[in-house]
Design a protein around this ligand. Structure first.
Ligand SMILES: C[S@@+](CC[C@H](N)C(=O)[O-])C[C@H]1O[C@@H](n2cnc3c(N)ncnc32)[C@H](O)[C@@H]1O
Length: 327
């Protein structure tokens, strides 16, 4: 998972959209090319060091110390580029969430917000221990959060009969019709496993996970960075939710291109291959400034992308309940 050292160096633009850009290369090279206090939210779903296959040159089975040293290296860069009040989400197994969380607090002075437990189905028993049924999603901010939007999730129903699952102790009529307050226990986010909905062989997240993080911690046009592209779920969500985004993937970028394409997001591969991450940030801010002159209110920004071209709305993905931004 760390890199082929031969690949370390400049990251190269792979594709651009009205709101975002994807680079090919190593996440540490991308992050170290950004100035301090540039990014509003970082969502990171790195390989978990569980021996999965991410391509020939990525070793996903390393001694803990080596994995954590590498993690510390990219996390330090990520925290450096966050704006004050910006959010850092780190998705991993509890075994690694613990040391990384401690480092975030003690070394980086980050503010702990939540350990979100993401329920996992179909994991496998490992050795002499309990059956692992959740992963951790750490949510930290650089000081007081500058944006925190409370989210609501639809009232859960049975997927067979459509009836509501709980009776709320006779207080159903008191529930907010917009849905239930989102908690720190997410049981509706099991991974995309069906081949039909999967873009990559390993570890694609249900877009609902990055979507909640983005909606919670950013405003439209803020900048979201995901340093581990994978199948591109964060990028699709950021684009359709009108956040600027920057991504990087060390392996094959084609699945990300295909995902964005299927979501009817206008893609450009005609980009200056020498454009560096910081130049893109400045460019996107300028375009944003120009776009603001004619934009409608934030909840309608859908049709006013950064470059002024109309964006087609992405079709709703299968099994993807809508989220409601609350109150
Ligand atoms: C767990 S997957 C991310 C999946 C993604 N969140 C999604 O939902 O599609 C991790 C990805 O990080 C990539 N990766 C691993 N090391 C990397 C590095 N140093 N720089 C950039 N990408 C890296 C892997 O190739 C893999 O595609």
């Amino acid at each position: 998972m760390e890199l082929r050292h031969s690949m370390r160096g400049a990251v190269k633009p792979y594709l651009a959209t009205p709101h975002g850009i994807l680079f090919q290369g190593d996440c540490i090279d991308l992050l170290s090319g950004l100035e301090p206090a540039t990014v509003d939210t970082i969502f990171a779903d790195p390989p978990f060091n569980l021996g999965k296959s991410y391509g020939d040159d990525i070793n996903d089975s390393r001694p803990d110390r080596e994995y954590l040293d590498w993690t510390n290296e990219w996390v330090a860069e990520a925290i450096r580029v966050l704006k004050p009040g910006g959010a850092f989400f780190f998705y991993n197994i509890p075994r690694y969430c613990i040391p990384v969380g401690q480092d975030l607090t003690e070394r980086h002075g980050m503010q702990f917000r939540h350990w979100i437990a993401i329920m996992m189905k179909n994991t496998y028993p490992r050795g002499r221990g309990l059956y692992p049924a959740h992963y951790g999603l750490l949510y930290f901010t650089k000081g007081e959060p500058k944006t925190f939007t409370k989210l609501r999730a639809p009232i859960p129903t049975c997927r067979h009969c459509g009836q509501e699952i709980r009776d709320y102790g006779g207080h159903r009529d008191k529930l907010n019709p917009k849905g239930l307050n989102l908690t720190d226990f997410w049981e509706d986010t099991s991974p995309v496993r069906h081949r039909k909905f999967k873009k990559r062989p390993a570890n694609e997240l249900k877009p609902m996970i990055p979507e909640r993080c983005i909606l919670m911690s950013t405003a439209p046009h803020d900048l979201v960075v995901d340093p581990f592209g994978g199948g591109g779920s964060t990028y699709e969500v950021a684009e359709t939710r009108h956040r600027r985004w920057m991504g990087v993937e060390i392996g094959d970028c084609l699945p990300i291109q295909e995902r964005l394409d299927e979501a009817a997001i206008p893609l450009s591969k005609e980009i200056d291959k020498n454009l560096n991450p910081m130049e893109w940030v400045r460019l996107s801010e300028k375009l944003l400034h120009a776009a603001c002159a004619y934009e409608r209110p934030a909840d309608e920004i859908g049709d006013a992308p950064l470059d002024g071209r109309p964006t087609r709305r992405a079709p709703k993905r299968a099994n993807q309940p809508r989220l409601i931004e609350s109150d």
